[in-house]
Design a protein around this ligand. Sequence first.
Ligand code: SAJ
Length: 449
Amino acid sequence: MNSLSDIAVKITSGHLRVGIVGLGYVGLPTAIGFHEAGFEVWGVDVSQRTVDMVLQGKNPTGDPDVDGIVPAPGTERWHITTSSAEAVPHCDVILVTVPTPITHDLKPDLSYVAGAGRDVFQAIQKGSGTIVVLESTVYPGVTAQTWLPIIEELGLVIGEDLEIAYCPERFNPGDPAHGVRQVARVIGCSNPEVGAALVALYQRLTTEDVRYVGKLEVAEAAKVIENVQRDINIALVNELARIFPALDVDVEDVLSAAATKWNFHRYTPGVGVGGHCIPVDPYYMIQRAADVGVPAGLITAARAVNRSMPSHVAGVLSDLMWNAGVPAGEAKVLLLGWSYKAEVGDPRETPAEPLAETLMAKGIAVGAWDPHLESNMFPAGVEVVSNISEAEGYDMAVLVTAHKACLSIDWAALVKQMRTPLIYDGRRVLDLDDLTSKGWKAYAVGRPV
Ligand code: SAJ
């Protein structure tokens, strides 16, 4: 039995053994971080491909921040396996970092949390006092609701055989300044002493603030609302990006003016909101509010605004091409960037997809160029452009993702390759006057036509 004082001693001495279940863009850097902090680490992933790559010292996550930091084969204190049953008996604390996506009908999919939890709990030794921490983004109540029935079914006793806690991951892909060792953490647990022990553990991981915030639900809710707030703020500027052009005002001029006020938080309108955090987490909050019969009108409305942006932009692009005399049924659009976020190779929930679908439904052909993505990561129907210098005969170029590679395109050369020199800045990051001087007819989200 690991008493809490045993845990504390092991943390201080660095002899604590930490398990991480789920070696994705959150779990693998977390495992590496605890290993760098001097702990013995057991990493578990159901994917044999992931385990094999990690064992070879390679990065299976697609996140460039993880390149070059995976420990080499044979590194001490570094154990990687597909089996929780093998790893769990060797661990004092186990962190679960598995996906929490939404289903096609926008409901939270907690199957990974339940499955990983079951795998871990089945391997917990009676009386071991193992601490199991969920890091995946969930809505308030999920950790207890999902895990306690399994724990009870397996005849385990909280406080004797194990403890459970919640510490939300706060990864920001493509932002090495906020890596696992430089980000503040909050810890929720029904047992304050376990919370204190976990504070001591995470303080060995990150240089930033770590604090115990009370029961599980407080920490679960904090993580969700961080991203709900971001979605709502982005929805506001996206809604303004549709209003101000109708008033013959550029929304970016308005935002720049408003941003001179000390507590105005600036966000940028765009072709849409992608990724596995911002467009997903609000549905957790909406679901939880519905569970308890309290309306979540603002959160729901913000999601509707952000989800409408790709089709709104597709309509604007279609009108611009029509007004430029591009023959209907012949129009071709080139999307510059496909990933949901700059400097990241991740197409999940990217607004590029509904944008392309809406354009193709209008009979407009769509090509896409994204140097961060492999050609097999684009959907069928989209012509993948591997080399921008080979993009010929397009009528409209659309900046969808503000990759540095997109910003540094040779616009003077590209305009000569276009059949019609139209360009639409979907992220408000291009110099439209410079583009105009190079022969483009330049437009942008939130800017009057
Ligand atoms: N976006 C806008 N306008 C903005 C900001 C973002 O349209 O002003 C779009 C992006 O283009 C992207 C989507 O929203 O399609 C999400 O962008 P994001 O910058 O929020 O990036 P994410 O999804 O990687 O969010 C992560 C989150 N981190 C964690 O969950 C730990 C989020 O909490 C961070 O605030 C965010 O990174 C960040 O700060 O970059």
